[in-house]
Design a protein around this ligand. Structure first.
Ligand SMILES: CC(C)(COP(=O)(O)OP(=O)(O)OC[C@H]1O[C@@H](n2cnc3c(N)ncnc32)[C@H](O)[C@@H]1OP(=O)(O)O)[C@@H](O)C(=O)NCCC(=O)NCCS
Length: 182
């Protein structure tokens, strides 16, 4: 049934959409972590996670992070900390009804503990509040670990983007999660 128009619902929508991310402490498998929105000063920590998980390759530079954090499109960039050390992050930018995950990484020692899945679910909440219909991302065709995580969360393979990663001409697999109720 169509919701009857109510100006207060519209105001409530706007309030929730534009509300800054509320930092919080979470528990995953009996371990406590702290999650909050990324600030400019955090970029050096994000770069060091990238350096670590991509074996010295840096998919994103400081400028790329700065531009994303200042984008005018709605976006959400989150980091997760263990004992005040940043151990992972995620970012997404909304393009119309699609929320695009632009970057996600978890420090090697903390992978496989549910952190990446948790971060993606936070993006999912943000996307739903912003009335998105899909969440999309690109992943290297060789990155089977990450693809497995995304599939488990309901993402399906969409298209292959040939030679998307220019440095080694590797193809990207685009994966999409539908947020529409069946
Ligand atoms: C891909 C990535 C973000 C996933 O984050 P994560 O915190 O490791 O993911 P989760 O712990 O939520 O993983 C969920 C499942 O995948 C498994 N898994 C994923 N990556 C794993 C890894 N490196 N080692 C062991 N298990 C892994 C987990 O065991 C878990 O399976 P289960 O639910 O059956 O136990 C993270 O592994 C990473 O940063 N990888 C390197 C950078 C990268 O590839 N980024 C993505 C670019 S598109």
């Amino acid at each position: 049934m169509l919701k009857r128009f109510n100006p207060f619902n519209r105001l409530a929508d706007l309030f929730f959409k534009n509300r800054p991310y509320e930092e919080k402490t979470i528990q995953l498998s009996n371990e406590e972590y702290f999650v909050r929105a990324i600030k400019f000063d955090d970029i050096k920590d994000l770069l060091s996670i990238e350096r670590e998980v991509y074996a010295g390759e840096m998919p994103w530079t400081k400028t790329a992070f700065l531009m994303e954090l200042q984008a005018t499109d709605p976006h959400l960039y989150l980091l997760i900390q263990k004992e005040e050390k940043t151990i992972g992050f995620i970012g997404c930018r909304l393009f119309g009804k699609d929320a695009h995950i632009t970057n996600v990484a978890v420090s090697t020692a903390y992978q496989g503990k549910g952190i990446g899945s948790f971060l993606i679910k936070e993006i999912q909440q943000f996307s739903i509040l912003n009335k998105c219909e899909t969440i999309s991302l690109e992943v290297r065709i060789s990155n089977k670990n990450a693809q497995k995580v995304y599939r488990k969360l309901g993402f399906a393979s969409s298209t292959i983007k040939p030679e998307y990663y220019t440095e080694n001409k590797e193809d990207a697999l685009e994966m999409v999660l539908s947020l529409k109720e069946e």
